[in-house]
Design a protein around this ligand. Sequence first.
Ligand SMILES: Cc1cc2nc3c(=O)[nH]c(=O)nc-3n(C[C@H](O)[C@H](O)[C@H](O)COP(=O)(O)O)c2cc1C
Length: 331
Amino acid sequence: MQDVSVLPLWRCLERRGGPDYYVTEYFRVHRDSSPEKKILRSVVDMSGSKPVMAQMIGNDPKHLVRSAKLIQEESDCAGIDVNLGCPAPKVCGKAAGGALLKNHELIREIALSLRPVVSGSLTLKTRVGFETESEFDDLLALFADLPIDGLAIHGRTVRERYQSAVHVDCIARAVEALPFPVSANGSIVSVKTALAMLQRTRAAGLMIGRGGIRNPWLFAQIHDAVQGQNPFQPTLGDVGEYLEELTDEVAAEGDFGDKGQLANRMKKFANYIAIGVAGGELVDKLRRTRDHDEFLSISREYLTGSELFPEEPEEDGKLFCGAGELLAGKV
Ligand SMILES: Cc1cc2nc3c(=O)[nH]c(=O)nc-3n(C[C@H](O)[C@H](O)[C@H](O)COP(=O)(O)O)c2cc1C
């Protein structure tokens, strides 16, 4: 995830179990691009602990091939993933990311061009359509034919961005139809939602973004639950420690001119972590902080003690939504 799936976060996740593998934020690929050094470093640094897939976004097979070669030369990534899902207007406006879902021939050409040069796994990250999920059957027919090793499906259309329930049935159909492993993504915010997604789709794996930033124990909790063990339940105090540790990691990585810049950087993470705590009071206060000291003192005031951290975030339609429908079996 752009700006949030970064090495400081990954280090904090790893100390709490972490996922089985990581996927980088995307390398932007175009005529004049070279792989971003900061993202490359995250692959190099994390690859000693866990496999890391390097994700690229772009639409020119020639330059995607060039970049894939460079990324593999300069890191020991586990493979290359291509983004077919980003809904940002500046990305789709350049016919990349989610906009590629409108050009099946180009998706095929990209996969066929990359296959011979990718030594590890070659995977795609898709949505269930650009305008509507009725496009998904044609997409499935396309994916089934491609020389890829796996597919992660964010179960929303590009138009739905992040503000809808996920189309769980589409993911389940993909799991049935495709000859390679499918990972389910979207609305997985807790053990219960993870188990519901696995049960409904039979997916080979889960891809988790925002829910794992909010609750860095989530990956270990899901492993435990799947094995029939009782998952660890973090307290508000545990979450406070995590946020402080993350702040230290972020501060150590970046060149922050003043304490205001560090606080602003931390707000990107805090939005996900603090949502719903004290009825929304904490996130509101953190968003208004002007410097790092104020940020820390407010988070220490709320994120302390042995009260359990809520298992699920508050659904607010923007940051987190769709979990309720998933749990109720309505999607
Ligand atoms: C701020 C932000 C940045 C994102 N950046 C990326 C990205 O670089 N690559 C990608 O494949 N998906 C990206 N996504 C999408 C997420 O990977 C994921 O598909 C989506 O948020 C739904 O899953 P979640 O509910 O587990 O977060 C981003 C999402 C957000 C909110």
